[in-house]
Design a protein around this ligand. Structure first.
Ligand code: ADP
Length: 664
């Protein structure tokens, strides 16, 4: 601590110093007994506190006090004198004196106590003022308005942030203004110790609106109730909230629109749904979708959403000339008339809407794959009332609409094509079925009816050969034999044909088939021809089990084996191998192979040989009817399977059939 002692009496100074040192051993003392020393002390300003006499030769204590307080207002000054009067003391206190003590030996002891308390008081004051400044700084920094009012609403005090927040210059301005009454009203509603929070929308003098959050508590100072409140500008937050809300609604609208597109409805329904969702989003009185038919220069109203029957009826049609100039729309630009009252109205539609009260008009292009197909039209009674965001929403909806309408049109077209195609297919199928059944009936009846005369011919030829053999010479006998074998062949042909046509008509009930036992049975049946041909058949047992019609599979295997031992080079021993294998195509399938060492088949005939009467060799070389493989194909197809073959000329053939596996 550093004390300045001003007194022109050295003895008095000595006394004071001694007393100070006694109480504050570390104290530093600066003595002033002359004006220059005072000047010097003022200039250096090293002291924390001053003790001054009143009556000095070169000045009086009041002047000293004022000089000190002027220069160092925060530093305490104590007057220690025996010349002062009551008046001087009062005067000095007014000028900021911190204490006044009469100079006497008795009061000297009080001096150190006074110094102590003055210093403490000063420290407290300094800290209080520091905190107050800090608080004020923080409050202003936070931009939170602070006010204190009495319960009837009269304002007592406010901070600068409060004035700033309300756009005011002084407290008086608010008192003479009732625009903000709501902030301080209804104080009676607040309960003591409770807090009331409100969000209010207020208007500034220039008409612009803003939002504040008001936070109040009812307190008591000196026994009187007061309202302490905080006011905060929350316009930014409110705007952000509103924007967010609008954005969420916009998003939802677009999602709903997407959903209605997915629900596969007509263009009209899509447009109606889109308008119903958009209408609440845009502050307007009319919203409609008009489609253009550029070829016929027509515009037709697809859907309308409006208040008080403004605008058009959906389904209404008008000429494009009445609608307006669509060249701007064709460039994918929005047409905007902010006020029809100040705008020429060369088109019928504009005049009509104007007569109905519409002032603001927007046409947004609906463009699908680069082509203008229509427009989304917005009309509002209030001129210049739509924001950029509203136009943006209209554009978004128009874009979605374009896709939706295009898709829906395509869907409708596809539907039409499909129906036409189905009709065509069904007509053809019916014709084919009729032709087929006529053919089958014909084949059956011919084969059946021909058997009768054939039997007679065979009978008579037999009688001739038996009873008149001697009456004929060798040429006659040969001719007769030829007739008999032709009859035989014709009979075979008819039997095969009947089998074939029966296969098309009868039901083929399916059942599990053990191919091992089927093969054993077939081989027994073929035993005579196998022996004649000296053929060797190897079956790779066990064969897999399949699902099929037993008799049909039996017939197929007989046909394949018969061919396998028949179509060999004369003199070569027929060698046949039979086996099964798994084929995986979705379900489990079994393929049965019949491989021979015969003459083989050229690849280009691999399909043809499955047709009726298709043969690759003469009857003389290899007898047959040409129906065997046709029966194979027809039979396997009727059981839901497949048949085919692989071959290399000179290296034998491999025929196969495929049927579903029987899984136990
Ligand atoms: P067919 O055996 O009565 O002549 P298919 O319908 O059974 O009649 O056979 C049609 C034709 O396919 C046969 O005439 C023959 O030319 C050819 N073919 C059938 N199987 C074989 C085979 N294993 N090897 C060579 N050619 C065959």
């Amino acid at each position: 601590m550093h004390i300045l002692i001003i007194d022109d009496n050295p003895n008095d100074r000595f006394m004071i110093i001694r007393e100070m040192r006694r109480e504050f051993p570390d104290v530093e003392v600066e003595e002033v007994g002359a004006p220059e020393e005072f000047e010097q002390a003022l200039a250096s300003g090293r002291f924390d506190l001053t003790i001054t006499d009143y009556q000095l030769r070169w000045a009086n204590g009041l002047e000293i006090l004022r000089t000190l307080k002027h220069r160092y207002p925060e530093r305490p000054v104590i007057m220690f004198t025996n010349t002062g009067s009551q008046e001087i003391a009062v005067e000095a206190m007014k000028s900021g004196l911190d204490d006044y003590i009469l100079k006497s030996a008795k009061h000297l002891v009080r001096l150190s106590a006074t110094v102590k308390s003055v210093l403490e008081r000063n420290e407290t004051r300094r800290r209080a003022s520091f905190f107050e400044n800090r608080l004020q700084f923080l409050l202003n920094q936070l931009n939170v308005g602070v006010f204190r009012a009495i319960p009837d609403g009269r304002l007592l005090e406010v901070n600068s942030a409060f004035l700033r927040c309300l756009g005011l210059n002084s407290l008086d301005e608010i008192r003479s203004n009732n625009r903000f009454d709501e902030i301080f009203s209804r104080a009676g509603d607040i309960m003591p110790e409770q807090r009331r929070e409100r969000e209010l929308k207020l208007r500034r003098a220039d008409g612009s609106s803003f939002w504040v959050a008001v936070n109040e508590t009812l307190n008591t100072t000196h026994g009187d109730p007061v309202i302490d409140g905080l006011v905060e500008d929350i316009t930014g937050r409110k705007r952000a909230e509103e924007t967010l809300k609008r954005y969420a609604t916009r998003l939802k609208t677009l999602q709903e629109l997407d959903r209605s597109i997915l629900r596969a409805i007509s263009p009209t329904e899509i447009a109606q749904a889109a308008l119903a969702y958009t209408y609440p989003l845009i502050p307007c009185e009319l919203l409609d979708v008009t489609l253009f038919d550029l070829e016929h220069q027509q515009a037709s109203v697809l859907a309308v959403e409006s208040s008080d029957r403004i605008g058009f009826n959906s389904g209404e049609s008008l000429s494009l000339q009445d609608f307006g100039d669509i060249s701007i729309l064709q460039q994918n630009q929005v047409m905007l008339i902010e006020n029809l009252a100040e705008h020429p109205k060369p088109y019928h539609v504009q005049q009509r809407l104007f007569d109905q009260g519409i002032r603001l008009l927007i046409n947004v292009p609906v463009i699908a794959q680069g082509q203008l197909i229509g427009s989304l039209n917005v009309g509002a009674i209030q001129p210049k009332s739509l924001t950029e965001e509203d136009v943006e929403i209209a554009r978004e909806v128009a874009n979605q609409l374009a896709i939706a309408i295009k898709q829906s049109r395509m869907r409708e077209e596809l539907q039409r094509y499909t129906e036409q195609l189905e009709q065509l297919v069904s007509n053809r199928t019916q014709q084919l079925e009729e032709a087929n059944s006529a053919l089958e009936a014909f084949t059956y009846s011919i084969s059946h009816d021909l058997q009768e005369p054939l039997r007679a011919m065979r009978g008579f030829a037999a009688i001739l050969l038996e009873e008149y053999e001697t009456a004929l010479n060798s040429v006659g006998q040969d001719l007769l034999n030829r007739i008999a074998s032709s009859v035989e062949r014709m009979d075979n042909l008819l039997v095969d044909l009947l089998d074939y046509s029966r296969l098309s008509r009868v039901d083929l009930p399916l059942q599990p088939i053990n191919l091992n036992s089927l093969l054993t049975q077939v081989l027994t049946q073929l035993e005579p021809s196998l022996q004649t041909q000296q053929a060797q058949v190897i079956v790779s047992e066990p064969l897999l089990e399949v699902v099929g019609n037993y008799r049909t599979v039996e017939q197929i295997v007989i046909n394949l084996l018969t061919n396998a031992i028949k179509f060999v080079v004369p003199g070569v021993q027929p060698q046949v191998r039979v086996w099964t294998e798994h084929r995986n195509r979705g379900d489990r399938w079994v393929r049965l192979w019949v491989e021979d060492n015969g003459i083989g088949i050229q690849p280009q005939y691999s399909e043809r040989i499955f047709g009726v009467f298709e043969r690759l060799h003469s009857i003389e070389a290899y007898p047959g009817t040409g129906i065997g493989l046709a029966i194979v194909r027809k039979g396997i197809e009727r059981m839901g399977g497949q048949a085919g073959m692989e071959s290399e000329i000179g290296h034998g053939s491999r025929f196969w059939i495929e049927l579903p596996e029987f899984v136990k």
